[in-house]
Structure formats: structure tokens, C-alpha cells
Design a protein around this ligand. Structure first.
Ligand code: C2O
Ligand code: CU
Ligand code: CU
Length: 551
């Protein structure tokens, strides 16, 4: 019987992803148990798919309907016992089957590819043992399609999400949103990518190297115990896993060609903040943010990614020597929060992904053995360069500012720890409640100021100041101003050069002592939407509120 053969099971799982779904990933040969990803094959498949879907755009490719379910699945992640994951499974029921793809790894996934203007429908069945919803993070959809915690889907029940894709091209994602359980459900493996592809003549795309291939990378931290079960202790402050997983793989290594790559990164962690940088110190060429490609690439020394943030990076391997190894690390930064993370603290240095250039073996099996001496789990004092003193306030977004005066905020949202819970203006989530100051007019342009006040007053409380990842449903926004009160200047100096505020965003990192102002327009729908911290333990503990858009 083959069911206790993990390789066999994995094959069945991938094959079961959907009728005709393109399986993007390492070949399902005898070598499939090893962890090296042949990104070359994956990239070629993606490139073919993109070209083909682009060609069809003008034709009858106006609808995509999928059957989506959340299931409980044992998956072989490490030698020994399988790990019980909660996963999305998708099958195309109408439209181009190539629009649903497997992620290049065991979890999460899948990838749903759409184009602006098409109709999308997901008939979702909950095969978990608890309520859930599906939220389309970053999408401009009617509120009943938004996966609001009020629209719960009970175990065994089905809910149909249907909407027109109004968003511009970009990398969005989907995940559960039931109040109090989002952290658990995402942690167990429920998350997928929703990519709205650019039309082939998008000038931002044509400005990039012509033979660009893409590689989506979902970075998450996870802890497995000694029987390979996922460990998720309840923590108000925030959960931090022991190890980095990229596309569900540890010590992620991809064999790449000597070509330019479009790395499409999602920080899919619950609480982990990433400070992504190339190990050799090369600048990170950022080409996109939450809301799609930038007008022009920008170089950063490193890139900060809060949970739920996306960043697209141009990784150019054309000038690399054969077999050259390039690696993306999460660099050390200083964190003053009380988040749990004994083995790998917030701000601790870690290896994220390794790329071996043209390094595959001649037989194409993709098996590459690398000396990985670096385990990178522990932040050491030496990792923190002495922080230069920071003058307050700091305003880095000069081009977006209209004059020297602070941009007036329409609303101010104070983020603060009160009585052991993180709050938004002193409030926590109440499922359908909306305060008077949480009602927005349809079509209004507003500036919201997120003020990270840390732990508020009290002896020693200033020591417990953590960052937050503020996310607003329905809209996309521009960061228009950042100021800091200087209380956490040393910590701030270890991260400030890595914010990517040049593009459209829906989630923004707000450091302790910092005020971040974002500008957005509230269209196209009326209804009840959420704004919250995307650090999922904060959110689940109530750091989330409704806002209502009224006509
Ligand atoms: Cu990623 Cu309220 O969402
Ligand atoms: Cu969202
Ligand atoms: Cu938070």
C-alpha cells in the first residue's frame, strides 16, 4: 500500500490540486524528497503561463471560477512523522486551468492568477473543524466578499465569493479572517497568492529586462516539535517561530539560471518582521510593493517587511559566475518588544534563501549540496552596529510632501498596549460595531495617521514597545509622511533605511515611537471593512476595528 509512502502522498496532493492545474515546482521524480528547488523549471513554466494568459486576455479569458476548499492534510515536511497542515485546495471549474498554479513547495498556496477587469468566483467549502472565512488581502471588493469575520463559513458549509478584479496588477494574497482564529489558521498553512498580472505592454514591465522570469517566495517562520507537529503557543505579544520556511521549505535553495529574476516576496509570517538583504552587501533593487510594480526601480541597502507586506525584487544573476551562490538573509535589527522567540528573536539574523547560479547538476535533477554552516538563528550583540543618534522628527518622504508643514491627518489612530491588550484608539474589536469616528464617506480621500505609542504610561512600560503592521481593507494607500518622537531612536536607526514607501501599499510597518501617515481614497464600495494590525496575535487579541463606508 502506498499511502504511508510520503513521496507518493505528496505526489497525490500536488496532483489533486486541481483539474488541469499547472504544477509549478520540482519534477516529481525520484529526487523529490530533497529540498533543492529547481527554480529554473518553475520559472520557465510561469513564463510560459504568463505569455499564454496574456495572449488570451483579449479573447474569451474574462472569467475564472474555482472550487476552493480548506482541508486538513498530513504533509511530509521533515524526516519522520508527517506534519498536519491546513491547506487550501483549488480546482478550476471555468476558465483557463493554467490560472491556478501550485506554489513551488509544500505549503502554503496555491497561486491564483487574474487580470484586471475579469470576473473571479471562488466557491469555497470549509472542510476544517471550525469556522473560517476567506479574505482577499489587498483587493477592492464588496464587503460581503471580503471575508469579514461576520461572514463566517461553518464547517461543511459553502460560501461563494464572486467579484470583478478591479485592482491594478500586483501581488495580493488570500487567507482566513475569523476573529480570534486568524493566527492559528494562517500558521497551520492557510494562505495563497493572488497575482493580478500586468498586460504585456505595461511600460513598467517593458522597462524591466526582457528575459525576466518570476519566482514567488512566501517567507514564514514556524516551529516544529520533535514529532514534527506545528507548535503555536498562545501569546498576546506575538508568536515567533524557530526556523525560516520559504514556500514551505527549510533552508530554501533554488537553482537559478544566469538571468534576471523577479522575486515576488510575501512575508507570510504571523509576527516576524524581515529585514531582507543580500549576504554580499549588494543593494536590493526593489521593483514592486503591495500594490504592484513601481514606476521605477529603487535601490535599498535592505528591505523591511512586516507580516503581510509584499516586495518585488529584481535579482540579476546575469553577471554571476557559474555555480556562484547568492543568498538573501534577514539582517539583525533591534526590537524592543516582548514577543516570544527564544531561539530566533525578533530582529535576529537568519538565512532566508539561497540561489545557486547555473548550479544544477548536468542531469537536471536539481540536486545541489551546499555547505550550510551558517545556521543564523541567534542575534548577537555584535550584530547591532552602534546606532547613530537620530534627530526627531524624521521625514523621509520628501517627494511626496507638498510643503514643509506636517500633512494634516483626517483621522488619528493611536496604537497602544492597555491592560495587556493592544488597542486602536483605546478600543478592541467588536464584531459589527463602528464608532462615530470610524465612518468614512464613499469616494473620500483621507489621510490616516497611525501613531505607535508603545506601551503607554507605567514603570518600565517603555521597554515593551513593539512594531505594528497596520493594514486597511478595501483601499490601497501611499505613505505620505513618517515622523518619530525619538524615544526608540536606536532601534529605529537599525530599520529606517529599509522602508519601501515609493509604491502603493495596503500594509505598513509602524515602529515604536513612530507616526506613519497614509493617504487613500475610499472607493468603490459601501459597507463594513476592517483595519487592523497584521501581526496576527495582536489582531486575534482585538487589535482590529471596523470602519464603515457610507454613500
Ligand atoms: Cu491580510 Cu484583514 O487582512
Ligand atoms: Cu486585508
Ligand atoms: Cu500589532
Amino acid at each position: 500500500m502506498t499511502t504511508n509512502n510520503p513521496s507518493r502522498r505528496r505526489f497525490l496532493r500536488l496532483a489533486g490540486l486541481g483539474a488541469g492545474a499547472a504544477v509549478v515546482g520540482p519534477r516529481m521524480g525520484a529526487d523529490r524528497a530533497q529540498r533543492v528547488v529547481d527554480a529554473r523549471a518553475a520559472a520557465r513554466t510561469v513564463a510560459r503561463t504568463v505569455a499564454r494568459t496574456a495572449a488570451r486576455t483579449a479573447a474569451q479569458d474574462e472569467v475564472l471560477e474555482i472550487a476552493l476548499s480548506a482541508v486538513i492534510d498530513p504533509v511530509q515536511l521533515r524526516p519522520g512523522a508527517p506534519t498536519t497542515l491546513w491547506r487550501y485546495r483549488a480546482a478550476v471549474t471555468a476558465g483557463d486551468p493554467a490560472r491556478v498554479q501550485a506554489l513551488d513547495g509544500p505549503f502554503p498556496g496555491p497561486i491564483v492568477r487574474l487580470h484586471q477587469g475579469m470576473r473571479f468566483q471562488a466557491t469555497f467549502t470549509n472542510r476544517l473543524r471550525e469556522d473560517t472565512t476567506v479574505h482577499w488581502h489587498g483587493l477592492n471588493v464588496p464587503w460581503l466578499m471580503d471575508g469579514h469575520p461576520m461572514s463566517l463559513v461553518a464547517p461543511g458549509a459553502t460560501y461563494t465569493y464572486a467579484f470583478e478584479v478591479r485592482n491594478p496588477p500586483g501581488m495580493y494574497w488570500f487567507h482566513p479572517h475569523p476573529h480570534g482564529r486568524t493566527g492559528t489558521q494562517v500558521y497551520r498553512g492557510l494562505a495563497g497568492l493572488l497575482i493580478v498580472d500586468e498586460p504585456p505592454d505595461d511600460p513598467r514591465l517593458t522597462a524591466l529586462p526582457a528575459d525576466l522570469v518570476e519566482l514567488p517566495l512566501i517567507v514564514q517562520d514556524r516551529t516544529l516539535d520533535d514529532v514534527n507537529a506545528l507548535v503555536y503557543p498562545q501569546s498576546v505579544m506575538g508568536f515567533l517561530g524557530d526556523d525560516v520556511w520559504v514556500n514551505g521549505r527549510e533552508r530554501f535553495t533554488a537553482a537559478v539560471e544566469r538571468r534576471p529574476y523577479r522575486l515576488r516576496l510575501l512575508n507570510g509570517s504571523n509576527h516576524r518582521i524581515l529585514k531582507l538583504g543580500w549576504r554580499d552587501g549588494a543593494p536590493v533593487r526593489v521593483i514592486g510593493t503591495d500594490g504592484g510594480l513601481l514606476d521605477a526601480p529603487v535601490d535599498k541597502p535592505f528591505v523591511m517587511m512586516a507580516p503581510a507586506e509584499r516586495v518585488e525584487i529584481l535579482a540579476d544573476f546575469r553577471d554571476a559566475a557559474p555555480s556562484e551562490v547568492r543568498a538573501l538573509d534577514s539582517l539583525a535589527f533591534r526590537d524592543d518588544s516582548m514577543a516570544m522567540g527564544a531561539l530566533w528573536p525578533q530582529g535576529g539574523k537568519a538565512e532566508v534563501a539561497t540561489f545557486v547560479v547555473g548550479g544544477g547538476p548536468p542531469d537536471g535533477a536539481g540536486r545541489v549540496f551546499l555547505p550550510i554552516a551558517f545556521n543564523g538563528r541567534h542575534a548577537e550583540a555584535a550584530d547591532f552596529a552602534p546606532a547613530p543618534a537620530l534627530a526627531a522628527p524624521v521625514c523621509r518622504i520628501e517627494p511626496l510632501r507638498r510643503d514643509a508643514d506636517p500633512i494634516p491627518a483626517t483621522r488619528t489612530i493611536v496604537l497602544r498596549l492597555e491592560r495587556g491588550r493592544f488597542t486602536l484608539n483605546g478600543r478592541t474589536f467588536e464584531h459589527d460595531a463602528v464608532a462615530d469616528d470610524e465612518i468614512v464617506k464613499l469616494g473620500a480621500e483621507e489621510v490616516w495617521a497611525f501613531v505607535n505609542d508603545g506601551a503607554g504610561m507605567g514603570p518600565g512600560m517603555g521597554m515593551m514597545a513593539g512594531a505594528h503592521a497596520m493594514h486597511v481593507h478595501l483601499v490601497r494607500f501611499r505613505v505620505v509622511e513618517r515622523t518619530t518622537d525619538g524615544r526608540h531612536a536606536e532601534a529605529y536607526a537599525t530599520v529606517a533605511a529599509g522602508f519601501v514607501d515609493e509604491g502603493w501599499k495596503d500594509t505598513v510597518l509602524v515602529m515604536p515611537g513612530e507616526t506613519v501617515k497614509v493617504r487613500m481614497t475610499f472607493g468603490d464600495f459601501t459597507g463594513l471593512y476592517l483595519y487592523h494590525c497584521h501581526m496576527l496575535e495582536h489582531e486575534d487579541q482585538g487589535m482590529m476595528r471596523n470602519f464603515r463606508v457610507d454613500a
